[in-house]
Design a protein around this ligand. Sequence first.
Ligand code: PHE
Length: 449
Amino acid sequence: MRTFKIVVLLALVVMLLSACAAPTPTPAPKPTEAPKPTTAPAQPTAAPKPTDAPKPTEAPKPTVAPTKAAEPTKAPEPTKAAAPTSAPAAGGTLKIAILAPLSGPVPTFGVMTRDGALLAIEEWNAKGGVNGMKIQAVVEDSQCTPDPAVNAANKVIDQDKVKFIIGEVCSKASIPVSEIANAKKIIQISPTSTNTDVTVGKDGKAKDYIFRACFIDPFQGQVGAKFATENLKAKTAFIMLDQANDYVKGLAEEFEKAFVKSGGKVVGKENYTAKDTDFSAILAKVAAAKPDVIYLPDYYNIVNLAAKQAKEKGITAPFLGGDGWDSSDLDLKAADGGFFTNHYSPDSTAPEAVAFLKNFGAKYKDAKGNAAVPDALAALAYDATNLMLTAIKDAGSDDTTKVKPALEKISFQGVSGKITFDALHNPVKSATILQVKGGKVSFAAQVAP
Ligand code: PHE
């Protein structure tokens, strides 16, 4: 049985080989810490490039409406863990775990993350792997939830002997995984977890072996607040939040701080839980408070419910949110008129992004058989995997004590922008603001750190 599994695995690995190039890094300076957004629409290195100075509230370029990801909710079967082996020797196999929420509340996050990471691995293998080793993915469904994520992390580390983890997506799952990974000297790069606690310990210092490929919520919250005050001309905001979700809570706090600092007033702040499906009590308070904007920094599943009910109540103030809105399952009708901060737009004209869009669409198809359109999760999982493999190559070793310093000094041109790490293992990158309008998600503005 085991032999059979290994044979199947080998066959899968071989199948993963196909033509494509992995990006090579160029040296560049170290960035600073705690990014602060500068003036609104600016031109970043490798992010959506609207022609000239973009007019924030109008969509310069229509996007392709997000399409469904291939195999949306099914648990993955690709390249599952092989028999435990010791550290792969030259000419052997290098395993990379992908912890992705393939089931649970936000399955599009998992599918896109897995597919972005697998594309990067396929491209590296097509070029001969890394340091003479073939790369093997170990995909686990971590469900955007602490316990399943911790179990998945323990499984890949203890059973599969994986030393490199891409994941989790959700901050509340990445934080407990980071404690385990760091203690065991396993390198973890979360592609998308934006809460500060993912890479930073209680002592305020960076966790040695933990990195991320995305910007952090203090920046994302500031960008949202800046957009609300400067572009939407909002003077008042109503904040809706789930206190039990590290990401939502953190982002809501950062937005509030920045919004108040820029002269805005928070006219209401109400909590709900992840299990809630009826938001009418909170929305009645929103209707009474008449805010200029409603800040709802949660994942798409919650946004779909709350925004729909708000429309039914006749509430016309725009919803504003964060990267958690990015999904092919975002209800574009319910969220119409809304905006969200994000890491990437498929509209990007940066060469890395154009190549990625093409290669992703060639490999994956949507439900209708058309080229799948990657979202920020796919782009960041692709970048995180390329970052990991580039650092392993730079270190000339899969010894994590050598890969850690290689990552710390990396300068990497990714699909989501240029990545260099600050002292807290956070990239300093631009944010994109996307608008939901007329059944489409389109580019609205770019904000540099
Ligand atoms: N930033 C979110 C979190 O930390 C995850 C996320 C990123 C979701 C990007 C969607 C897109 O939980």
